[in-house]
Design a binder for this molecule. Structure first.
Ligand SMILES: *Cc1c(COP(=O)(O)O)cnc(C)c1O
Ligand SMILES: [Zn+2]
Length: 410
């Protein structure tokens, strides 16, 4: 198989595949490395196409010796062409929406959690845990239930009620921490030292992160084995954003797809935009911020992969932009009205930035743009409460006509 080692992203020191996540020499983050020299493109493609209907079809590119069994397999979510959305934002680029709300717990987090929990089982853990901005909590609780593992999920206590309810239902230990995500994450890092638990985004983070590559693989397959020209993706810690790029790079390397890396546009909420701010300042240092935004799933003030996200946007000729709460709400409505897809606030951020790019004239005519919709609108219903409208009538035709127009002659 092609998985080889863990390697430090900073100094390249190598480590065995275990539950470690930072470099003992320089404290840099670790990531999984592979040796793809044994993969022949045509044969690999055939193996993928004969594989399962979700992310495990990409087992050659995931950190296991054999394919994991998975009762809640995520992936192969719809990629749809969004011409009415393109028209509304005034672009003649080809706009595609990858709807990752169509996963088992309705966000892209099912991908990363499926990989992390498969690794936790392989390493023999019986309890999994996470520090979450909401969607990760949903996914860890559900996938732990499916695998028969105990789970502890730590979230900021002021999270959206829908996300709390949709997590607790799986019988997890739901812990609301009085603090923001960065406080929750610090606590979990401390607990990970003390407890024999698999924290999916702390000590299993290198494996967790691999799950996001599957979004890139699916995109290539669904575009008919082609690369998009541009990607618009939300950024919280920067893991998703940078791993989509890694997925494309791997397939270019193996020869499964021809071309070069797409342009990468990152999307953040103005109320929590350390990566967009660093990009605008021409810096790669993401100075920590205190989040204040309705996009709670993206509210990470101190993003672990922020510098790599800035570097990726620069290297590909892209950018990292931010939108305010009003633009986020408008983005949610715009997507719903033009595609029938109801996304959560993170998707509003993505569509808000897509619209900005169109207004700035940065989308080229005919280029294929894929916007990643990472979560479900029903989880953040309150975001659009202020613009909600219901026309109430009495149960008779005259009442209807008096509100909706002239009576029709019969
Ligand atoms: C977690 C999350 C993201 C991005 O997360 P990263 O930490 O940048 O990988 C994007 N959208 C939604 C809805 C999320 O829950
Ligand atoms: Zn190192």
């Amino acid at each position: 198989m092609s998985v080889s080692n863990l390697r430090c992203k900073e100094c390249c020191a190598e480590y065995e595949l275990g539950a470690s996540y930072f470099c003992e020499q320089c404290f840099g983050p670790l990531e999984v490395t592979y040796d793809f020299s044994g993969l022949e493109a045509e044969e690999t493609r055939r193996r993928i196409q004969a594989g399962s209907g979700g992310i495990w079809r990409y087992s050659d590119f995931l950190p296991f010796d054999h394919q994991a069994g998975d009762p809640l397999e995520p992936g192969m979510t719809p990629l749809i062409r969004a011409d009415r959305l393109a028209a509304r934002i005034g672009t003649d680029a080809e706009i595609w929406i990858k709807n990752d709300a169509a996963n088992p717990t309705h966000s892209f987090k099912d991908r990363v959690v499926a990989v992390a929990i498969a690794k936790a089982l392989e390493l023999g853990y019986d309890t999994v845990a996470c520090a979450s901005t909401g969607n990760l909590a949903n996914a860890v609780a559900a996938h732990a239930a499916a695998a028969g593992l105990d789970s502890y999920v730590f979230v900021p206590s002021d999270l959206e009620e829908q996300k709390l309810l949709a997590t607790d239902i799986y019988g997890t230990n739901l812990v609301g921490v009085r603090g923001n995500y960065d406080d929750v994450n610090r606590l979990c890092t401390q607990l990970a030292d003390e407890r024999p638990w698999a924290f999916v985004n702390v000590n299993l983070r290198p494996y967790y992160a691999e799950g996001s590559k599957t979004l890139a693989y699916e995109t290539v397959e669904q575009l008919g084995w082609q690369l998009p020209d541009r990607v618009v993706s939300p950024i919280a810690s920067g893991s998703l954003f940078t791993k989509i790029a890694r997925g494309f790079e791997e397939w270019i390397e193996v020869g499964l797809v021809a071309g070069s890396l797409p342009t990468f546009n990152g999307a953040q909420a103005a109320g929590c935009s350390p990566v967009a701010t660093a990009f605008a300042d021409g810096s790669s240092v993401c100075r920590p911020q205190k989040p204040k935004t309705i996009a709670k799933s993206l509210a990470i003030g101190d993003p672990a992969d922020g510098p790599y996200a800035v570097e990726l946007a620069r290297r590909t000729g892209g950018a990292v932009d931010s939108v305010d709460d009003e633009e986020i709400r408008a983005g949610i409505r715009l997507l719903a009205e033009t595609t029938g897809i109801f996304t959560e606030t993170a998707g509003g951020v993505t569509i808000g930035v897509l619209r900005k790019l169109a207004e700035r004239g940065e989308l080229r005519s005919g280029e294929k743009v894929v916007a990643y919709i990472t979560g479900e609108g029903l989880k953040t219903l309150d975001a659009n409460r202020d613009s909600f409208s219901l026309t109430e009538i009495d149960p008779d035709p005259a009442s209807f006509e008096s509100r909706f127009g002239q009576e029709v002659a019969v």
